[in-house]
Design a protein around this ligand. Structure first.
Ligand code: HEM
Length: 409
């Protein structure tokens, strides 16, 4: 078997805040060198980074690349990965387990996220978007992440799960830090989410309501084999974090893209019916989930001509894989075109862990973009592009803040 490109230690790609701030160009450089690279991730964890499209698909469906972090527990513990610590981490939930547990855990909540069920939320999402804009002064400057991109998805997922209003600010803060692995607040954020969701589970157990968390508690209590207590908490943690941090950052990346491409912004304002298609284009152009979550080698394997020993960490750079696809209309991957008829991407992943919340993410993003653009006829960046700060660790790509100048219509 040929060793197409076995990189030496000196070649190791280091994923740090500088890399992340310039990720699209970094991936373009790496793709020219090969589809897989030796890499150092947050907290010094080493492994393999897949950047090519075809190899990404292969890795995400490879039978020997599993989600069970116990396969790499030594390396993860040495690097201080608390995400995998049962005391504060995400515990057992569908994104951290393999079949048959994955099938069981995903099935428990999948009915709540079908396109049909999701569509019923549209009027409420529109109302949330409008309320947030109503709360803005008639004109001025504000941070769009703080005032709109973040509260919109957090309200939606909090209402679905049944998280009371007085806890939502904590939820926002904690889920954001929970995914920034190198942030000093990482452990406290995870512990905070743990505690709060634990308390809520107790509350829903004694006083069930018409929400997803109460339904999960009932599934746990009515049939002991369906869901363990740890899985109940893990699933709630996953839904809170996966259910909004992803959308917050997609919105930030999308608004920034529009502000940097005013001709595209004009097209979308003039033809709002293009918005749903434009959301696919934003997912393709600059998505929020830069990396899929870690995979672990259950046995020695070959991937892209490289030998991967058992216990290795393999990370698929979805944003890079997406930009490796020649577009059907021949457009360059880094050209933003909100009228692109079939923007294809791997932004919701591939294989059995394909994003469960994709219909909800699409709906929220479409409503958020359409509502904000129709109600703010003037919108401009209020800071130089090079002063914007990108999230520096973890698998998310997004802006910490997006200062804008605006006027309401
Ligand atoms: C723009 C928004 C979103 C993006 C880009 C996104 C992306 C992704 C990706 C790439 C995966 C696969 C991760 C992997 O294979 O390692 C995933 C899984 C998942 N997502 Fe999303 N997501 C978004 C919004 C949502 C929302 C709103 C929810 C709602 C609850 C959600 C729930 C989930 C869940 C539960 C999984 C795990 C599925 C499984 O393991 O079977 N996501 N998402």
């Amino acid at each position: 078997m040929s060793q197409r490109r076995q990189l030496s230690h000196d070649d190791q790609v280091v994923i740090n805040p500088t890399f992340k701030a310039n990720a699209p160009a970094q991936y373009a450089r790496l793709r020219k060198m090969g589809p897989i690279h030796s890499a150092q991730f947050d907290l010094g964890l080493t492994g393999w980074l897949v950047v090519g499209h075809d190899l990404a698909k292969e890795a995400l469906t490879h039978p020997a690349l599993a989600k069970d972090s116990r396969l790499a527990s030594e390396a993860l513990t040495a690097a201080g990965y608390v995400l995998h610590d049962p005391a504060v981490g995400f515990g057992r939930q569908m994104l951290a387990v393999d079949p048959p547990d994955h099938t069981r855990l995903r099935r428990l909540v999948s009915a709540a996220f079908t396109p049909r069920r999701t569509a019923l939320l549209a009027p409420r999402i529109e109302q949330i978007a409008n309320d947030l804009i109503d709360a803005m002064p008639p004109a001025g400057e504000l941070d769009l992440v703080e005032s709109f991109n973040s509260p919109l998805p957090v309200t939606v997922i909090a209402e679905l799960l049944g998280v009371p209003e007085d806890h939502r600010n904590d939820f926002r803060r904690w889920s954001s830090h929970a995914l920034q692995l190198a942030s000093p607040q990482h452990r406290t954020a995870l512990a905070g989410l743990h505690e709060l969701l634990g308390e809520l589970i107790v509350r829903k157990r004694s006083t069930p309501e018409d929400d997803l968390l109460s339904a999960l508690v009932a599934a746990r209590d009515e049939d002991d084999g369906r869901l363990s207590e740890e899985e109940l908490l893990g699933t709630a943690m996953l839904l809170v974090v996966a259910g909004h941090e992803t959308t917050v950052n997609l919105l930030g990346n999308a608004f920034l893209a529009l502000l940097l491409h005013p001709e595209q912004l004009h097209i979308l304002r003039d033809e709002p019916e293009l918005t749903a298609g434009a959301v696919e284009e934003f997912l393709r152009f600059d998505t929020s989930v830069e990396h899929a979550t870690n995979r672990y080698a259950a046995e020695d394997l070959m991937l892209g001509g490289v030998s991967i020993p058992q216990g290795s960490v393999v990370v698929v750079a979805l944003s890079s894989a997406t930009h490796d696809t020649p577009q059907a209309d021949g457009g360059a991957p880094t050209v933003l075109d909100v009228t692109r008829p079939n923007a294809r991407h791997m932004s919701f992943g591939h294989g059995i862990h394909y994003c469960l919340g994709a219909p909800l993410a699409r709906l929220e993003a479409t409503i958020a973009l359409r509502t904000l653009l129709s109600r703010l006829p003037e919108l401009a960046l209020a800071a130089p592009t090079d002063s914007l700060t990108w999230i520096g660790s973890g698998f998310m790509r997004g802006l910490l803040s997006l200062p804008v100048r605006y006027r309401k219509g």
